[in-house]
Every structure is written in C-alpha cells, then in structure tokens.
Design a protein around this ligand. Structure first.
Ligand SMILES: Nc1nc2c(c(=O)[nH]1)N[C@H]1C(S)=C(S)[C@@H](COP(=O)(O)OP(=O)(O)OC[C@H]3O[C@@H](n4cnc5c(N)ncnc54)[C@H](O)[C@@H]3O)O[C@H]1N2
Ligand code: MOO
Length: 463
C-alpha cells in the first residue's frame, strides 16, 4: 500500500475508521520490514514458524506412477479387445508398496497391486479388487466405465521438480510441514520469532491466585492477550503488570522496548489517563493516541519507541539493579535475556490496547494480528469473511464499525445463520468464550432486522 504514516493526521481527538487505522499501521510498519534474522530448524520444531526463503522441489511428488487402489494393474490397451464387455486376465504376481516389480508382462496378464505401489512398466490401469471375480489364477471383470489410466496416480502430479513448493512468508502449518517432508526435506529455514513484550497497566490489577482485595480485579488481559500472541507464534516476554504511575510505566516501557520488537500493553489509554502518559511517551519515541470509530475498542495507542531513549537504561545494568516496581516474571528466563541483549536493536513498535477485556481482544484481532504478521514476515492471507442470516434484531449506530460476538450455525435449510452470544458489554469475557465468530457491522450499516444478511468472521483460524 502507498499510505504514509502521518502522526499529525492521527492526533488525539480524531476518530479514525478501521480502514484508516490499518492503512496507518501499514505505513508505520512497512518501512521497518520483517525481522531479518533466520534460523534453520528440524521440521519437528518448525510448526507455525514463517519460511524465510521459497522452497523449490528437489524431486517430483509422487516420485513414481503408483496405484490409487488395492486391485489389479493391467495394460489399458487390453480394454480395446472387449469393447466394454467382460475382460479375463491371468494374475502373475503381487506388487507391494515399496517393492517395485521388475518382470515384463505378456498380453492377457495382470498383477495384484496395493495402494501406493509403483506401477510396473507397461501397466497403466488398475481395477479395484471389489469389482473383480476371482477364478483360480485368473480374474474377470466388467470393463464398462473403466478407462485406460484409471486409478493410477501420476509421477509429479502433486509437485514437479524445480517448481516452488512453498513461497517465502508461508506459515508452516501442519499441511505445509507435511509437504516439506514429502519432498524429503528434514530442515526448514525460518525467520526468528517476533519478540513481543507484554504488560498490563492498572492500580486495580491483581495476579490470579492472589487473595481478593476491595476494589481490585484480576488481570485477565495478560492471559487472553498472551494466549493470542502465542497462537500467532510470537515469543512472548511476560512483563507482568504495572500500576498507573508514570515513573513505573516509563521504567517498564524502557525495559520492554529494549527486550522486544513489539511492546504490547493494555489499559491506561483512554482520554483521561492518556494525558499523563502522553508526555512521558513522547520522551521515549513517537506515540499517537487514536480514537477508532469502532465498538468495542475505541482507544488505541500506536507508535515507535526509539532505541536511543532506551540507552539511558542499558540492558546489562537493568538485570542487576533492583527494580522499584514488581519484578519481571520468571517466564523471561536468563538465556532469553542474554540472547535478547545481544541482538541488534531497532525501534520497538508500541501497540497500546484498551483495558476492557473484550475491547482488548477485538483490537488485537483487528489491528495487532495483521501488524505482527507483517513484522514477522508472514505473507498476507485472505480474510475469510462469510455472510449469514441474522437470527435477531441488532441495534447498530451508523458511522462506526461494531464487532459483536456471535454463534454461527446452519439452519434446517442448510443456510448459515448467526445470533449474538447475549449481552455485548466490552468487559464481558464470557461473550468471547461462547462465540465462534465475530459479527462485523460496518460503518455505513444501521439496525439489522431478523433475516437480513450480516458479515461474520469465523473465529477458527483467528484465535
Ligand atoms: N471519558 C471517557 N471514558 C472512557 C472512554 C472515553 O472515550 N472517554 N472510553 C471508554 C472505552 S471505549 C474504553 S475501552 C476504556 C478504555 O480505557 P483504558 O484503555 O484507559 O483502560 P482502563 O481505564 O485502564 O481500563 C478499562 C477497564 O478495563 C479494566 N481492565 C484494565 N486492565 C485490565 C486487565 N489487565 N484485566 C482485566 N480488566 C482490565 C479496568 O479495570 C476497567 O474496568 O475507557 C472507557 N472510558
Ligand atoms: O470501545 Mo471500549 O474499547 O468499548 O470498551
């Protein structure tokens, strides 16, 4: 895309559309490019990693013509002699998968063959054993409907030697790993995982497991958002939670920006609180506070934390000094710290999500997910957006995009239908748990009547 990042255009008070936010994010992130470092891993360690280079096929797949069925292989020209009638052939042997047949066959002869076994030279057609009648050493079958070449898989019909089997940027899904293995490749060269440091903000936050305290709530975003990060294949650095104090926040931000490619936070970005953090963030880099014309997920903070600002607090010192704020959790282990401190550093991307638990997850799915995909070098995949009939009336305010948590189903006529999970407050995490899709009502849409089509994003593949 050609958009350029305009910090001024994205100033505090403006309401940006979701499309504008995605354009602005792309304009900010594209110049940074994807993480450059690569590593070579065995296939068993490469699930969900991003291929660094295209992979060319070293061999044809399958490597030989082979049978698609358990049955009898014969020369298809034998079919001409019976003109759709009964064909009788003598069985001269058995070909098993992995043990090629080497003898020549005479006219009127066939071999018993197993699925996957190499087709003997000169034989091109297989009749499944269910269709034949065995008569001693011979078989007989009705040739009606059998064409020469039936039930044979051709060499190279999946992939041809030299062609690109997988492009750079391909996520190594189970199918992609299987495909690499089918080429005989045991290793994959992938990009380093994106390092994402996460912390929650808020005086009211308690760690799960701690005793309840008057006025406090448990920090759920740390777990939902880190779960989403892990599902994407990011290396998550869990930096705990920070109270609403600029000094504590500054220290943790410096920490995070030195350790990670991306710093993800939740909370403390709505109008009131943003004021005291804005000045501090401006010292650390360029951070904008956006208001997005969407619900949930209206506030969003986006920016770059300059590496120069972080030099005030070098990594080596930070891990020896006593921190005034809650310690970095053990999940950031010492070898990680060491490898991280040795890596070259460029600006860290800051993505600040709203504190409301559903708003944080929805903003993650809409904005953080594509941002991380870009930075990790993953090639863009089309978003699967479906249409479904709304089972209920939905109130919708024009001029903003609304994301409702929905349950997608098929009705008795086989049509896709969708209903909401119930109350849609942006603090109701149960609405997210119960959903199998997000109902997307775009800016221009008004109220939806029962039976009208709405767009839905299936949760499968997103979460
Ligand atoms: N005057 C205005 N007030 C609010 C606005 C606004 O535009 N003007 N926007 C509202 C919207 S929309 C949202 S969303 C929130 C976002 O506020 P913050 O990002 O500053 O988040 P907090 O105020 O820190 O928290 C909001 C809410 O979420 C709870 N929370 C925060 N962190 C966590 C966590 N880690 N786990 C679970 N729950 C969390 C927090 O206790 C609050 O209840 O602002 C509205 N207000
Ligand atoms: O938009 Mo806030 O993010 O609804 O709860």
């Amino acid at each position: 895309m050609t958009a350029t990042f305009h910090p001024a255009a994205a100033s505090t008070a403006q309401n940006l559309s979701t499309t504008q936010v995605l354009e602005q994010l792309r304009a900010l992130l594209q110049p940074l490019g994807a993480v450059a470092e690569q590593e070579t891993l065995s296939l068993s360690d490469a699930l969900d990693r991003i291929l660094a280079e295209p992979v060319a096929c070293p061999v044809d797949v399958p490597p030989h013509d082979n049978s698609a069925m358990d049955g009898y292989a014969f020369d298809g020209t034998e079919l001409d002699s019976v003109n759709g009638g009964l064909l009788r052939l003598r069985v001269v042997g058995t070909v098993l998968a992995g043990a090629p047949w080497t003898q020549a066959l005479a006219q009127g002869e066939c071999v018993k063959i197993m699925t996957g076994a190499v087709m003997p030279a000169g034989l091109d057609t297989v009749v499944p054993h269910e269709q034949v009648t065995a008569c001693g050493e011979e078989i007989e079958f009705d040739t009606c409907g059998i064409r020469p070449g039936a039930n044979r898989r051709l060499r190279g019909e999946d992939l041809r030697q030299g062609e690109v089997a997988l492009p750079a940027g391909q996520r190594l899904t189970p199918a992609a790993l299987g495909l690499l293995a089918s080429l005989g490749l045991g290793l994959a060269t992938v990009r380093r995982r994106l390092r994402v440091a996460y912390f929650s903000t808020g005086d009211e936050l308690l760690n799960p497991g701690a005793a309840p305290r008057e006025g406090a709530i448990y920090d759920s975003n740390r777990f939902s958002l880190q779960g989403l990060l892990r599902r994407m294949g990011a290396q998550v650095l869990d930096l705990g939670s920070v109270p609403d104090e600029p000094a504590a926040l500054e220290e943790r931000l410096r920490e995070a920006a030195t350790l990670a490619d991306v710093v993800l936070t939740s909370g403390g970005i709505s109008a009131g609180e943003a004021d005291h953090t804005r000045a501090m963030l401006q010292r650390l880099g360029t951070v904008q506070f956006w208001r997005v014309a969407m619900r949930p997920g209206r506030p969003l903070a986006v920016g770059l934390l300059a590496p120069a600002a972080m030099a005030l607090n070098p990594v080596a010192e930070r891990f020896t000094e006593k921190s005034a704020i809650s310690p970095i959790p053990e999940s950031v282990n010492s070898s990680e710290k060491q490898s991280i401190s040795m890596s070259s550093k460029r600006p860290a991307v800051l993505l600040g999500l709203p504190g409301n638990p559903v708003a944080a997850m929805v903003s993650f799915l809409m904005f953080v997910r594509p941002s991380l995909a870009l930075l990790s070098g993953e090639r863009a995949a089309p978003t699967v957006m479906l249409q479904a009939l709304s089972s209920e009336r939905l109130r919708k305010r024009e001029g903003r995009t609304e994301y409702l948590r929905g349950v997608l189903d098929l009705n008795e006529q086989g049509q896709a239908t969708v209903r909401t999970t119930g109350p849609q407050g942006s603090a109701l995490l149960s609405s997210m748990v119960d959903a199998n899709c997000i109902i997307v009502l775009d800016d221009a849409r008004g109220d939806v009547q029962p039976g009208e089509y709405v767009h839905v994003l299936p949760m499968h593949g997103l979460i």
